[in-house]
Design a protein around this ligand. Sequence first.
Ligand code: GLU
Length: 480
Amino acid sequence: MTVTRFAPSPTGYMHIGNLRTALYSYLISKHDGGRFILRIEDTDRERLVEGATDVIKSTLKITGLDYDEGPDVGGEHGPYVQSERKEIYMEYAKKLVDMGAAYYCFCTKERLEKLHEEDATGGYDRHCRNLSREEVEKKLAEGTPFVIRQKMPLDGVTSYTDSVFGEISMNNSELQDQILMKADGYPTYNFCHVVDDYLMGITHVVRGSEYLTSTPKYVLLYDAFGWPRPNYVHLPLLMGKNADGSVSKLSKRHGAVSFQDLVCDGYLPEAITNYIALLGWCPKNSETEFFTLDELKAAFTIDGVSKSPAVFDFEKLLWFNGEYIHKLDDDRFLELITPFIKSEIPENVNRTKMFALLKTRISKLSEIDERMAFFISLPDFDKELFLNKKNKISDFDTVKAVLTEALPILNSIDVFDNDTLFTSLMPLTEKLGMKTGAVMWCIRIAVSGMSATPGGATEIMEVIGKAESIKRIEFALNML
Ligand code: GLU
């Protein structure tokens, strides 16, 4: 059975790159009907941010990446928060010492600092690597603070095969005797994630490519314990576009890069999920880029993951989001848009009609106030706006004629809906010898004050109602 995990460190908001890792990890297990585990990696106590675990959990919930095991849902491999598993790591570290693959190091902070001052890149000089058993026991008995380090092979090469990047090799001489257990009794990420991945039965380790070159150290741990190595699936880098056209690692300077910020900015979770699924993965034999989560589960295979960096394109996301919004049913749209509405909508405005018109014209929910402002009150506009080459309106008298004729017609209409308005105004075209487009242009500018609007003249009038429509036409006539 395929078992994957998402193992975030609760150090802040949910970066889009982290969400992509969670998504791919989820899809890889779910494609095979496997299990997906959430594990919180909080052993770096200095980087913890309060509330970050809740953000992680709520993001997974909102995006539908349901985990089969995890901190709040439990499971046979718990606890799922590393700080609650401290004893386990110490036990395994000691095992490793007994097996000769790790050692106690009693070097003081001062000694290590001095080493660093002498040679900043040299790393640890393996001073304690060959202490005798008696020396170690004596120091332990005296209560000397210690760390446990991994005993790296001094020569040879360590290799593994990554499912995306292929064979990765590292000369063992380049590997530091890294710390596995810290002086505070907490393990390092380098150690505990290996122990947990093994104990939790993880078959595929899915994570960012920044771990590609540290993984030789991790496979040495698996080998030392005699555990079978998992499959490694490192994901391509996520880049952002810079103003000068170059790209660099996706970060805040490229825009909103946390899931929460994007949602607050009016992006739909399902659009975000769909879009990031494509950042590093390409569906096979697919005509479409639109996938529900279930469709992604069915389509997602590791061989579709690319090793080339993926560029996060905000414009593409915006387009995606628009497509998702346009397809929402009206009730759902209303439900989603409501929290974004800051302006007061007056009584005369037909909300249902207005939202139906706006739904297909907005790309993100936060555009709503700006887009509906002209329904609420007529914006300032210049009468030059009436003149229009395409509709052959080159003088204000033509406009005046249209509006003057339209006024009594509008006054006479009882049921002020789109169809009635349209059929009632149609005879004007013949009377004035003008094309429908030209007549409607004049009326639309008068009732909206804008050259481009969601909806045509009659649809806008239906939204703002009879009194307001007439008021706006009279205002235009005065202005002319
Ligand atoms: N806690 C690590 C991180 O957030 C996890 C890396 C991994 O998945 O192994 O980067």
